[in-house]
Design a protein around this ligand. Structure first.
Ligand code: SF4
Length: 295
């Protein structure tokens, strides 16, 4: 049996569990976010077309009716419009039943593409793009070297909306640091409230020694939010959201997992959060985080 090519760490969102994975890139073009160690040690690499085509031949044999393909790598959407166009056509050639193509993208990757180009990519199947926005608070974004501002998030996601490309956002609780969770929650909600994300995914900051922020923390230059502060931040953020979307808080970094749609499930989720805040101690929650070995 022939195996697909995969290099370094491979991540896909939980909601892409049914998608056929296809490696297009490895590593991240940016690789500078202070909190991130996801692609530690993996240099950015673009898969050669011959390798992608070989993988598509394998997939054609084992999953000929694959309906969704998820492109792996931190941000395959960084590829130029023309490369993505060729890639979409290649996927369609080998997998004629493929309806949509998902991928991770940075905000900067969308910025390089015009609305017309995005519309064409949508016609080829690009849809359900996942963006690790993490925060909509300018101070936090700058402090973490995210490489974009809150207004960039707004502008680029509005372009996706105009092109009819659905997208998923991420909110990373705890990122702003001690004493700043409340501000981060309110400023991020103010940005997300102007958008129409398909889902908002919740992750809570879990630092590993390979990240720059871990080293800053060790040197006392960054103080983590307590687990309780993160839960209060999460409560503030969800309370302030007034859009219609799905909330997915079911990754390993969420000590207390939750899923729901807002506005319908908002009251239930807030009630569950309140119970957790009252009943689960800081030390129990912290122990959970320290036991996480990998995201
Ligand atoms: S958070 Fe995303 S964009 Fe930032 S370094 Fe990690 S993979 Fe790259």
């Amino acid at each position: 049996m022939e195996l697909l090519h995969f290099t370094g760490q491979v991540w896909r969102p939980p909601y892409e569990a049914n998608a056929q994975l296809l490696q297009i890139t490895a590593g991240c073009t940016h690789n500078k976010c202070k909190f991130c160690s996801l692609y530690y040690g993996t240099k950015f690499r673009l898969s050669p077309i011959s390798e992608i085509e070989t993988d598509l031949q394998v997939i054609q044999e084992y999953q000929p009716k694959a309906r969704r393909v998820f492109l792996t790598g931190a941000n395959p959407f960084a590829l130029s419009y023309n490369r993505l166009l060729d890639l979409g056509l290649l996927i369609r050639k080998y997998l004629p039943y493929c309806e949509t193509i998902g991928t991770f993208s940075r905000i900067a990757d969308i910025k390089q593409k015009s609305i017309e180009e995005l519309k064409n990519l949508r016609h080829l199947g690009f849809d359900g793009i996942s963006i690790g926005t993490e925060s909509g608070d300018d101070e936090t974004l700058a402090r973490m070297n995210k490489g974009n501002t809150a207004s960039d998030i707004l502008e680029q996601c509005q372009k996706l909306e105009e092109a009819n490309i659905r997208y998923n956002l991420v909110y990373l609780t705890g990122l702003a640091g001690k004493g700043k969770g409340h501000q981060n929650a309110l400023n991020t909600a103010a940005i997300f409230n102007q958008l129409h994300p398909f889902t908002i995914n919740f992750v809570s900051l879990t630092l590993f020694p390979e990240s720059e922020l871990y080293q800053e923390m060790k040197e006392g230059k960054y103080i983590e939010e307590t687990e309780q502060e993160r839960l209060l931040e999460l409560r503030t953020f969800i309370s302030a959201l007034n859009i219609r979307t799905t909330l997915l808080g079911n990754t390993v970094s969420n000590a207390i997992p939750f899923i729901g749609m807002i506005p319908n499930d908002k009251a239930r989720i807030l009630k569950e959060l309140n119970v957790t805040i009252k009943q689960i101690s800081e030390s129990e929650l912290r122990q959970y985080r320290e036991d996480i070995k990998s995201l």
